[in-house]
Design a protein around this ligand. Structure first.
Ligand code: GUN
Length: 288
């Protein structure tokens, strides 16, 4: 069997065109232009690339983009002060502080400081708690992108066995909650570095989502024939290629459907950030 490819780039292009239409309508009907503020501390090249993509995508969708590039020597009080100013800025609907932050900064404290009404990255504990409570406000962008890809691929989630490899706050944990919400109704297992017999756990999956950050972690013998495989990993090889956590070529021979890297989950992450920013712009003005 050769897997059907779930094309994140194509879905992202379509969704972004729809979002641009909605942004234009919001401007025409209410004179509102959503604004996204991104904050990058230091000069990590990968983070710089990601923030640049978010900036260009928000402008392409007709939003305002406010980029804050701070030196690696920025102190915690200086960063918190910037977040306070963005919280108070009427032109800013969404705030994203790019991770990872340099080691001397406390990311959790920064995330707690972001106004939940502007928390388009969904990392404030209020936002995470609302999701855990079954009353989501903003959905974390990467897991929301995974759900959108599963919907696009017509994956029947109710009653299905989903295995998520990786328990991060950014992906695995929020995704496990999203997929068990009423309407999604999946049976979810979250595997991690201490899981006994990872291969056997993975083979149970109708849907296998891999977000562990380890190149080549999932091999063909770990995948049930016909399963849907979503690869969230983004790893750089020694020769500079971008690869996922799944050994793509061999797994594509076994899986029923699979996301490529690049061109799978990545483009959807940025798309969901734009969707959250539009949502924030409406909510803050009582327009939803
Ligand atoms: N770094 C990698 N992914 C993300 C993300 O979704 N949000 C933020 N803030 N930083 C990231």
């Amino acid at each position: 069997m050769t897997a059907r490819i779930i094309d994140g780039r194509a879905l992202a292009t379509r969704r972004r065109a729809e979002l641009a239409d909605e942004v234009a309508r919001l401007g025409a009907e209410h004179g509102v232009q959503p604004g996204l503020a991104t904050v990058l501390v230091g000069d990590d090249p990968a983070s710089r690339t990601y923030v640049g993509m978010k900036h260009r995508a928000s402008e392409a969708a007709g939003m305002r983009s406010f980029q804050h590039l701070l030196p690696a020597t920025t102190t915690q009080p200086e960063l918190l002060d910037l977040v306070d100013r963005l919280n108070a800025d009427e032109a800013v609907d969404g705030i994203l502080v790019q991770l990872p932050l340099p080691d001397h900064l406390d990311a959790r404290e920064v995330q707690r400081r972001v106004d939940p009404a502007k928390d388009v990255d969904a990392l404030n504990p209020v936002t995470a708690g609302m999701l855990a409570n079954g009353e989501p406000t903003f959905l974390a962008c990467t897991p929301a992108g995974v759900v959108a890809l599963l919907d696009e691929a017509d994956v029947a989630l109710p009653g299905s066995e989903v295995v998520i490899v990786g328990r991060s706050t950014l992906v695995g944990r929020p995704l496990s909650i999203m997929l068990t919400l009423p309407g999604r109704d999946a049976t979810v297992t979250v595997a991690h570095s201490r899981t006994r017999d990872l291969a056997a756990v993975c083979r149970r999956a109708d849907v296998l989502v891999v977000a562990a950050g380890r190149e080549g972690l999932v091999t063909a013998d770990m995948v049930r024939p016909g399963a849907v495989v979503i690869d969230v990993g983004t790893n750089r090889t020694a020769d500079g290629r971008l690869v996922g956590d799944v050994a793509y070529d061999e797994v594509a021979e076994v899986a029923g459907a699979i996301t490529p890297v690049p061109g799978g989950v990545g483009p959807m992450t940025v798309t969901m950030l734009l969707a959250n920013t539009l949502h924030a712009a409406r909510l803050r003005r009582g327009l939803s």
